[in-house]
Write a protein that binds this ligand. Sequence first.
Ligand code: NAD
Ligand code: UDP
Length: 310
Amino acid sequence: MSRILVTGAAGFVGSHLCEALIEGGHEVLAMDNLVTGRAGNLDEIFYHDRFTFHEHDVTEFVHVSGELDWVIHLASLASPVFYSDYPIKTLKVGALGTHKTLGLAKEKDASYLFASTSEVYGDPEVNPQPESYRGNVDSYGPRSCYDESKRYGESLLRAYRDEHDIDVRIARIFNTYGPRMRLDDGRVIPTFVRQALNGEDLTVHGDGSQTRSFCYVSDLIGGFDRLMESDVQTPVNVGNPDERTILSLAELVIDLTDSESDITHEPLPPQDPQVRKPDIGKAKSELGWEPTVPLEEGLERSIEYFESVM
Ligand code: NAD
Ligand code: UDP
């Protein structure tokens, strides 16, 4: 059994991860400032005797008592709509929040897992993206608060590994979806499902030819597990390589919800990446991991959840 601090625990990914860690027999210290997360996401485990919740902003000094085996840093603004609304908070949580929690890991001699992102590749000029691709990010662009905070976070991990011998892991997460995403967070799957269930037009940005590759949340959690068990201290892509256009995603959501909705087109946000697909060769060969949940199945499970909260 390990004693594990999870930041961003009340968010979408964090709540699923905490449940899996409790299920795995670990003790979980969950931390979140609830800026976008909700304590209700943790209802299933909130009163478990191996679970505690700490409402705290990780950009401030972070202290927990007792020993720690792992720090898993998920706290961030994660949706383009939210991080555009709060660019300073986004930069702070990726920079200061990563620094504070790495300091804690050093103090406790704990291993450290960082939730990085496919956005470190920006608007990629190669498709699919292997970990060796260095990216195409505009440091003064509209998404830079997020992209650069994560790139800086990766750099901090590298520095703490080299200077302080911290045992680090970096998951470059590609678009992940599932139950407990906020219906109002602006990310494409909850937005399309909400619109389809309400009989509203689905708002496809641009002509919808841009692509994303969607990973169901249980697959991502399985990837974290393999990464923590491994000794891979360099970045690993964790995502599903099943690449779809956004227009075909809209059509699929209409189909799966039996909706009468139409599709309308809205302007493509500036610097919206044109393609995104993970090369998961490294995850397969070094972690023995690959996703197993097909998009149609993951969407059905997600639609069921979204219906229950609307
Ligand atoms: P989310 O918004 O649901 O969860 C993030 C959580 O972090 C929220 O509960 C929020 O309240 C918390 N948080 C933000 N700032 C904080 C702070 N200063 N102190 C404490 N808590 C803070 O997002 P998610 O989709 O669950 O993403 C989890 C992590 O995975 C994030 O780091 C995100 O960047 C990364 N990621 C997610 C995806 C995805 O598709 N879901 C893709 C790439 C990377
Ligand atoms: N998108 C869309 N309509 C929406 C919301 C998003 O067409 O109502 C598009 C968005 O422009 C992008 C893709 O869907 O091309 C994925 O967007 P999301 O915000 O989920 O994440 P991103 O991959 O851009 O970080």
